[in-house]
Ligand binder design. Structure first.
Ligand SMILES: O=C(CO)[C@H](O)[C@H](O)COP(=O)(O)O
Ligand SMILES: [Co+2]
Length: 214
């Protein structure tokens, strides 16, 4: 599996140092969590910091928008260097239009689902997207515990993908550690996000390798 560290768990007074350490640890890119205090009860960073990261590092930028009205910010994140833009299905009244807007800016498209949102809410558009992000915690904060019942949802999505011969990737976000990444791997996940667990580890290269289950 690919491993993306969540920068939410980085030390923002030493952000460059932390990204350099991650870059040397064979991560597959960076996961950048954007929160607006509306869609989720927390605030984080916006496109300004992302642009600086993009200028300084040659890493895949996986941007996770936990915001209302994501359509208003698509061009900002494209200009800031996002490689994949993931929006929440729950935040998009016109999800099909948002997907087309992201594609028009030449970014990969991800759709995130909160734990309580069923897979069938995105089936009409699933052929149009590159990634389904299954939230394994309720979004808004790092350091929460993995919700094990999400494994059934992952299984359902993986089976749907195989049955319809589709190629979107399945990414999971929230509460990922050695044990939960192993379970995700067994259930067909392609990409894991890890914040607090990975950033707190002494030997990041070793932790990335374990989380990847390769
Ligand atoms: O989207 C997120 C929170 O809403 C983060 O990406 C996620 O929580 C990662 O942090 P951790 O691995 O500590 O759970
Ligand atoms: Co995230």
């Amino acid at each position: 599996m690919k491993v993306y560290p969540s920068l939410l768990a980085a030390n923002f007074l030493n952000l460059q140092r932390d990204i350099e350490r991650l870059n040397q640890s064979a991560v597959d890119g960076l996961h950048y969590d954007v929160m607006d205090g509306q869609f989720v009860p927390n605030l984080s960073m916006g496109p300004f910091i992302l642009k600086q990261i993009d200028a300084a590092f040659d890493l895949f930028l996986d941007v996770h928008l936990m915001i209302e009205h994501p359509d208003r910010y698509i061009s900002d994140y494209a200009n800031a260097g996002a490689d994949r833009l993931t929006v929440h299905a729950e935040a998009c009244t016109h999800l099909h239009r948002v997907i087309q807007q992201i594609k028009s800016h030449h970014m990969e498209v991800g759709i995130a689902l909160n734990p309580a949102t069923p897979i069938n809410s995105i089936l009409p558009v699933i052929k149009d997207i590159d990634c389904v992000l299954i939230m394994t915690v309720n979004p808004g904060f790092g350091g929460q515990s993995f919700i094990h019942s999400m494994l059934e949802k992952i299984d359902e999505l993986n089976q749907f993908r195989a049955h319809h011969d589709l190629s979107f990737v399945i990414e999971v976000d929230g509460g990922i550690n050695d044990e939960t990444s192993r379970l995700c791997h067994q259930y067909g996940v392609d990409e894991v996000v890890s914040g607090s667990y990975l950033l707190a580890s002494d030997d990041m290269t070793d932790t990335v390798k374990r989380l990847s289950n390769d």
